[in-house]
Ligand binder design. Structure first.
Ligand SMILES: *Cc1c(COP(=O)(O)O)cnc(C)c1O
Length: 370
């Protein structure tokens, strides 16, 4: 028996299910008797096409993606999509942006290079600690889409319900950046036109970007849009217009299979992982709230289930806290450099035992230093 692995709270690239890593290790030199590793296969060969088709099908099943949406496997990451979305959807006109934290702010800035961006709402005055109520958003009549980051990875803010733009009197399509909570919960596709996310937070290795787009939004790219980033071109080529990130797709596919087989609290698949995510987040937030040493500053109704930023009230203890955590096998708890403090990312692949071990450490450290 090998040593148990430490618990890894990295915000991304992030921890992966151990069973997936083991399977990938077993198949590294010879995938299913083919005599080749997945990295060595032609993306157009029978073997890789079967890996790709299973991955797309499993993702569609897990997220209950309707048939009028296409699933694209792209490259360029979340920041790439900040340009690719306006190039494909804005038609050079007006787009609305809702700024709720660091990532949505970046998205709005990048979109300005391709479209007229209007800030429909912002929580900057509240230091990104709450969500502006959708009924208060100043939506433009002529906007082609409204951009929202449905989980702010740095600020720890999550939309627990997506806005219903129709009910708010807008004909625009909702675009969500779901990079850091994709597959942690279901998506209400009736409210969404396009969702994008980098794989390296909650799915698999960096390099793969998932785009789920409603078919009527294809085919409107600006002339300056590179062909490899034109959603219509990518969709028509089944994500093989150019060589896709094959190994990242393979690992993502193994994660999808792991999720489909996942069971917890009498549930299975996505419902099971969502329940475990709720239980993990509830345990961690309640431990933080009960303490005199730590604080999470996000409004209770929009706290993220995935990324939990917290601060030590005495910041002089930060280094000792991190050193002690590492000694217990609790890795990468340091907060993002832009906001300081600590952050525990508790993605799908982080077991409940990891959060339990963190909570025990939080209490022990407080008892010694409080
Ligand atoms: C990490 C992250 C990004 C940036 O992704 P890259 O792949 O580094 O471009 C964008 N949006 C959100 C919400 C993220 O968490």
């Amino acid at each position: 028996m090998s040593q148990p692995r430490p618990f890894n709270f990295s915000a991304g690239p992030a921890t992966l299910p151990e069973a997936v890593l083991q399977r990938a290790a077993e198949e590294m030199l010879n995938w299913q008797g083919s005599g080749m590793g997945v990295m060595e296969m032609s993306h157009r060969g029978r073997e890789f096409i079967s890996i790709y088709e299973q991955a797309v099908g499993d993702l569609r099943e897990l997220l209950q993606v309707p048939t009028n949406f296409r699933i694209l496997f792209m490259q360029g990451g979340g920041l790439g999509e900040n340009a690719i979305v306006p190039m494909n959807l804005s038609r050079g006109g007006v787009v609305d942006a809702v700024v709720t934290g660091s990532w949505s702010k970046k998205s709005a800035q990048e979109a300005r290079r391709y479209a007229e961006v209007r800030i429909a709402a912002s929580n900057a005055d509240d230091q990104h600690r709450s969500l502006p109520a959708p009924a208060s958003w100043a939506l433009s009549k002529s906007a082609s889409y409204v951009h929202v980051c449905s989980n702010e990875t740095i600020d720890g803010i999550e939309f627990h319900e997506l806005p219903d733009l129709k009910a708010l009197g807008s004909d625009a399509s909702l675009v969500i950046d779901f990079s850091s909570h994709v597959l942690s919960r279901p998506v209400d596709w009736a409210r969404v036109g396009l969702a994008f996310g980098g794989a390296q937070k909650n799915i698999g290795p960096a390099g793969l970007t998932i785009v789920v787009v409603r078919e009527d939004l294809l085919g409107h790219a600006l002339p300056i849009c590179p062909s490899a980033f034109d959603y219509k071109t990518v969709a028509e080529a089944d994500s093989m217009f150019n060589t896709p990130p094959t190994y990242s797709i393979y690992i993502a596919g193994l994660v999808f299979q792991w999720l489909k087989a996942f069971s917890y609290a009498g549930k299975s698949g996505l419902a099971a992982i969502e329940q475990r995510n709720i239980d993990k987040a509830t345990l961690l937030y309640s431990t933080l709230d009960a303490s005199g040493l730590y604080e999470n500053r996000v409004a209770a109704n929009c706290r993220s289930r995935m990324n939990v930023p917290f601060y030590l009230r005495d910041e002089r203890l930060n280094d000792a806290f991190l050193t002690g955590a590492k000694a217990r096998g609790l890795l990468q708890l340091k907060g993002h450099k832009s906001v300081g403090g600590m952050r525990a990312s508790i993605y799908n692949a982080l077991p409940l035992e990891g959060v339990q071990a963190l909570c025990t450490y939080l209490k022990d450290f407080e008892a010694q230093n409080g």
